[in-house]
Design a protein. Structure first.
Length: 45
C-alpha cells in the first residue's frame, strides 16, 4: 500500500512542477512580447 501512495505522490509532484515551469516560461514570453510591442503595462498592487 505504501509503494502505491509513494507513486501517487511522485506523479503529483511531477505534475505540479510541470505546471509551475509552464507558467514561469509563459510569464517570461509575455513580458518579452509586451516589451517588443511597446506596451508598458504596470499593474497596481
Amino acid at each position: 500500500m505504501k509503494s502505491g501512495l509513494g507513486f501517487v505522490a511522485a506523479v503529483n509532484l511531477i505534475i505540479w512542477a510541470g505546471i509551475t515551469l509552464y507558467l514561469f516560461v509563459l510569464d517570461r514570453r509575455l513580458k518579452k512580447l509586451e516589451q517588443r510591442s511597446g506596451m508598458d503595462v504596470h499593474y497596481e498592487k
